[in-house]
Write a protein that binds this ligand. Structure first.
Ligand SMILES: *Cc1c(COP(=O)(O)O)cnc(C)c1O
Length: 391
């Protein structure tokens, strides 16, 4: 086995490193230690930073002051849970008790929905086509006067498929229901405008856009109800209690500001590298399958099935040569269940088990891509030769 000559982190959908500018800003902000809720000068300094970050995050998704608000949370998972909690409480004086999600949501949405199902809600799960797109005619069929809300992610973390959220939202609003979208993977990677989309709730997370871990946001449209998940002090208009994680929030703001300014360049540069990787793998490895939508896909995501090789083995072999990718969502790895997303697109368990997600980001170079294209084919050939699986 050859020695490790490079380290290529290519798992940016799991998390991203801090951008150097974000890190520098956070180190500076750490000096601003005041409690953002305090009245004195130190408190006001921290408060000003939090509010500046709020503007930057709002701006990333085109949210103006008047049409909605940004609530800071501990991350995408908390934002999603807050929406489900709100709907749970809302159902108490509402004759709607049906919720609709897609078959390929992140575990924090799937499990929030499962929790409501245990409490007696009716949960309908929308199927997707072979590319991971919601079946719109199916949505039309299941929407009705019992639908309380619909939660469909803007872009999928495993295969990168981008949904037609604007069209979905229009149908949902037409049925008199609330619309939530988990935009953790979409934000900062593709243009996103909440006013154009019209969704009531939009979930964001800092650590997927080169910001710190443990910070996220929930956009709430004007007049959409919201109930707190965490009760305590009056922070965030009483909607999310707890002393502000001001350093984290300010880092999120910086990351959002940078992402907003670079979104076109990101789309161009990162998709160029992704397409080069896809082309190289297709050329050098026989019989592989690219998963996800051919066109409506995040610029940074490439999910590939290698029939006849097992995903965990590919991952370990790549890791030994310094290539860090993933077999699916980080939250699902460690379980031996095949990816629910790939299964939903119609892949059998064997193909789903033999799939790798490469998710690119700003640290990836042309040389890194060359290295992967050179390193992965012999790994697949060796595993296929050892395998009893059909290839
Ligand atoms: C990472 C991720 C989350 C969870 O966000 P955290 O900030 O890690 O809680 C939710 N949804 C999607 C699509 C994600 O990729």
């Amino acid at each position: 086995m050859s020695v490790k000559i490079r380290n290529v982190y290519i798992d940016y959908n799991a998390t991203t490193p801090l951008r150097p500018e974000v890190k520098a800003a956070m180190v500076e902000y750490m000096e601003i230690f005041g409690n953002a809720s305090s009245m004195h000068g130190s408190g006001r300094a921290a408060h000003a930073g939090v509010e500046q970050a709020r503007k930057a995050v709002a701006s990333l998704i085109g949210a103006g002051d008047k049409d909605g608000k940004i609530i800071f949370t501990s991350g995408g998972s908390e934002s999603n849970n807050t929406v489900f909690q709100t709907m749970r409480l809302l159902a108490k004086d509402n004759n709607r008790n049906e919720i609709i999600i897609s078959d390929i949501e992140h575990p924090c949405v799937l499990n929030s929905a499962a929790n409501l199902k245990n409490e007696g809600f009716s949960v309908k799960v929308l199927p997707v086509d072979e590319y991971g797109k919601i079946k719109m005619d199916e949505l039309k069929t299941v929407l009705g006067d019992k639908t309380l809300f619909v939660s469909v992610m803007a872009a999928n973390n495993e295969i990168g498929t981008v949904q037609d959220i604007k069209e979905i939202t229009a149908m949902v609003k037409n049925a008199g229901a609330f619309m939530h979208t988990d935009a953790v993977q979409a934000a900062g990677k593709i243009p996103l405008n909440v006013n154009d989309i019209g969704a009531d709730y939009v979930t964001l997370s800092a650590h997927k856009i080169y910001g710190p871990k443990g910070v996220g946001a929930l956009y709430v449209k004007k007049d959409a109800p919201l109930f707190p998940l965490i009760h305590g002090g009056h922070q965030e208009d009483g909607l999310r209690a707890g002393t502000y994680n001001s350093t984290g929030i300010m880092g999120f703001g910086k990351a959002a500001q940078i992402a907003a300014g670079e979104i076109e360049k990101y789309g161009r540069d990162i998709s160029h590298l992704r397409d080069k990787l896809r082309g190289g793998l297709l050329e050098k490895i026989p019989n592989i399958k690219i998963n996800g939508h051919p066109k409506d896909v995040l610029p940074n995501t490439l999910n590939v099935s290698f029939p006849g090789a097992e995903g965990e083995s590919i991952l370990l072999s790549m890791d030994m040569q310094g290539i860090e990718a993933s077999t699916g969502s980080a939250c699902a790895s460690g379980s031996l269940e095949p990816s629910h997303v790939l299964m939903a697109t119609g892949l059998g368990p064997e193909l789903a088990h033999g799939s790798i997600r490469f998710s690119l980001g700003w640290g990836i170079t042309e040389e890194d891509i060359d290295y992967i294209i050179e390193t992965v084919p012999p790994i697949i050939a060796r595993l296929r030769a050892m395998s009893t699986l059909p290839s």
